[in-house]
Ligand binder design. Sequence first.
Ligand SMILES: NC(=O)c1ccc[n+]([C@@H]2O[C@H](COP(=O)([O-])OP(=O)(O)OC[C@H]3O[C@@H](n4cnc5c(N)ncnc54)[C@H](OP(=O)(O)O)[C@@H]3O)[C@@H](O)[C@H]2O)c1
Length: 345
Amino acid sequence: MERTLEEVRVLIYGIGAIGSQIVRLILKKKGFKIVGAVDISPNIRGKDLGEVIGIDRKLGIIVSGDAEKTLSSVKADIAVHATSSFLKTVYPQITSIVEHGVNVISTCEELTYPYIVDSSLAASLDSLAKKHNVTVLGAGINPGFLMDALPIVLSGACQEIKSIRVERVIDAAKRRLPFQKKIGAGLSLQEFNKRIRDGRITGHVGLEQSVSMIADALKLDLEEVKVEPVRPVIAEKPVESREIKVEEGMVAGLMQTAYGLIDQEPFITLVFKAYIGAEGEYDSITIEGTPRIDQRITPCVQGDLATAAVIVNSIPKVIKAPPGLKTMKDLPIPSAVLSDVRKYL
Ligand SMILES: NC(=O)c1ccc[n+]([C@@H]2O[C@H](COP(=O)([O-])OP(=O)(O)OC[C@H]3O[C@@H](n4cnc5c(N)ncnc54)[C@H](OP(=O)(O)O)[C@@H]3O)[C@@H](O)[C@H]2O)c1
């Protein structure tokens, strides 16, 4: 279908820390029009979107707690969705958007490669999206870019590959408070272990998705995707963020490793570390191959800003993509939207 030069109409679904960052970025770009906003939080519902995202002007969009009503009353080209990390939680939210004929781009970690979470839910979502002629994508900085899309792109310069190792090391003191809490910073080891057991600390969601996305792109026949249990990182000296003080011997954050195994050897290794006081933050990708590739980004890419960027930059690619459930490896290579978004359609 030939597109006219109408603005890209966006519905914002989930306006927490990340949804707010995304709205702020959309407002800086030309060619977008925010047509509605949905969030169930009692702190947000009924307020003007401008107030919710902390800018000093009203946007004339009142945040609704009723997604169905909003979807029925506004016309949107795409919904930007940022509510939860888990496929089963977001599934009814995403299907209701799709049933209204609206494309979806979501920060849901498990949606970045949902086939390994629940293949039948993923298949249903794919056929529903095709039926309604829309595209659904899970994306973000990680999963969705640094530990999957980027190594996949780099692999394009290799003749042969023996192994791929990706590391992300984040100083959590530079991240938002909910992130610091999510990784258990400032807890005793006993409390950390308790929260792991009762599911209040889940670790990083998405390593399994990233391993699987790389393997799929490279058509690797993995025997197993193995995700090690989350491990605490214990402070060897007192460290602190603006909000949390971590005494020596307390938990400063966590680490987790995942492998894609072939012949019981790791072909893909992903290492994620996030803790307060991490010195020399970085993202690295090492491909042992021909040629060898050793890429290091220092400091590591700022996750919140970059998640908003990946989401907004992917909007025109999602709108243009064939209908169905897609992953980052299915879309054209990622690139920035620097001028009017309509030029990219
Ligand atoms: N892929 C990536 O790289 C990446 C990067 C950053 C974040 N994420 C993920 O993106 C999600 C959002 O992150 P965040 O930091 O913005 O979380 P957040 O601050 O908790 O915001 C989520 C918002 O969505 C609302 N919400 C929850 N369920 C809803 C529903 N059914 N309908 C409408 N609104 C609903 C929440 O309300 P309540 O507070 O009342 O529940 C909250 O206001 C998280 O799962 C996060 O892990 C992914």
